[in-house]
Design a protein around this ligand. Structure first.
Ligand SMILES: *Cc1c(COP(=O)(O)O)cnc(C)c1O
Length: 389
């Protein structure tokens, strides 16, 4: 099928929930992708931070294929050794105690929210404070947790029990934190909100406040986790220990997986029958995730992510058309002096570079394994495109 046929098929048979760009991707290798017409692209998206090891990393591909040929799925009545091994590896990489496995970021956050509700249940505390401008998912409850009205309209009423505080003002959290509050849920860098880093000091003070009030600190690392910011989890770079952490996007390197990790003291908070997921902890996704976790948790790999992120940031800041660059590690938002971010995205795709946007910023989430040559090639295209805006 050629691109035009694919596009017609999509328009006829798929709900129009995405504003797509004119390219159908059919194969990839590390940070390079090819479309249905054979055109080559440099990829600064990794599928919104999913393909942590790039497209079709050989070790990852082999582990996934081998597992598909052994046992692809089993029901959760039985033990799954690929999944138990992954849980231990995640625990060692994160310092958290135990995991619950599901299939997406929204589901991982749903689990975190259920844990918070359970924690507060005895004393009747059920409110969860989230930040304005946050993003936590598309299910009705995680949409309610998302502190942006634009996502709420059209779908009311949402799950009740969420309060929204200002991200840059701890007093705003303090004012909301009465005895009805069981948890605070935050991202460490707001991704969809426009790559807005939450300051380390803010998180540390928030941790202290939560401790004083017996309130849980839930950290949504769906976008920032699994090496993206140059630490295995971003909270590790902020020297804050959360009670609950959620991950998804990059964790299985391109297969659907979400995970909700809890600290030691919450290890027994959920009992049999309280939470579940048919596909959660699936052996194929677990086999892929084990390769990702082993590779990404290596301190040398993380150092390399920080170095490449710094290089990318420096090169972007040096472009005359760029107003500013913010973010952490390989999660970067670029504010342009002129031209709109979406227009830049469309032009970049035409010129052979895949990028993302976040609010009015251009957003880069390249595969963590991107090479310097691939970065330079992508930067050259980006700079050229900016001249035409
Ligand atoms: C993407 C994202 C989610 C939602 O993840 P899905 O897998 O799309 O459900 C939740 N939180 C953050 C911070 C995200 O970036």
């Amino acid at each position: 099928m050629n691109f035009q046929e694919i596009k017609e098929q999509e328009n006829k048979y798929i709900l129009h929930t995405y504003g797509r760009v004119d390219a159908a991707l059919v194969k990839g290798k590390n940070a390079r992708a090819w479309d249905s017409e054979g055109k080559e692209y440099i990829d600064f998206t990794s599928g919104i931070g999913v393909n942590a090891l790039g497209y079709c990393d050989p070790e990852w591909t082999e582990a996934v294929a081998a597992q598909a040929g052994k046992i692809q799925h089993m029901c959760n009545y039985y033990y799954c050794p690929e999944n138990t091994a992954l849980a231990e590896e995640l625990s060692k990489a994160s310092g958290m105690a135990k995991s619950f496995f599901c299939n997406s970021g929204a589901e991982a956050n749903e689990c975190a929210i259920k844990i918070a509700r359970k924690y507060g249940e005895k004393r009747g505390a059920y409110h969860i404070i989230t930040l304005k401008n946050s993003f936590h998912g598309r299910t009705l409850t995680t949409l309610a947790a998302t502190g942006q009205d634009g996502f709420h309209q059209d779908f009311l009423p949402l799950t009740e029990g969420f309060l929204y505080a200002d991200g840059d003002d701890l007093d705003s959290v303090k004012e909301l934190m009465d005895s009805s509050v069981c948890a605070v849920l935050v991202e460490t860098v707001q991704g969809e909100g426009g790559v807005v880093p939450i300051e380390k000091e803010y998180l540390q003070k928030l941790r202290k406040l939560c401790d004083e009030r017996d309130v849980l600190l839930l950290v949504d690392e769906v976008q920032t986790g699994i090496g993206r910011t140059g630490n295995f989890f971003s909270f590790q770079g902020c020297e804050v220990t959360p009670d609950v952490v959620t991950a998804a996007k990059g964790v299985a390197g391109g297969l659907p997986m979400g995970v909700c990790l809890v600290s030691e003291r919450l290890g027994d908070i959920l009992g049999p029958g309280m939470q579940g997921s048919t596909f959660g902890g699936n052996p194929i996704a677990s086999a892929g995730a084990r390769v990702v976790v082993r590779r990404v948790s290596d301190p040398a790999f993380l150092k390399n992510v920080r170095e490449k992120g710094a290089y990318l940031k420096e090169r972007l800041e040096a472009l005359p058309q760029v107003e500013s660059v913010r973010g952490r590690g390989m999660m970067l938002g670029v504010k342009l002096k002129k031209g709109d971010a979406h227009e830049a995205l469309v032009s970049c795709a035409k010129q052979g570079l895949l990028i993302l946007t976040a609010k009015e910023l251009v957003r880069f989430l390249p595969p963590l394994t991107i090479t310097k040559e691939e970065m330079d090639e992508g930067l050259a295209i980006f700079s050229q495109v900016l001249n035409t805006l």
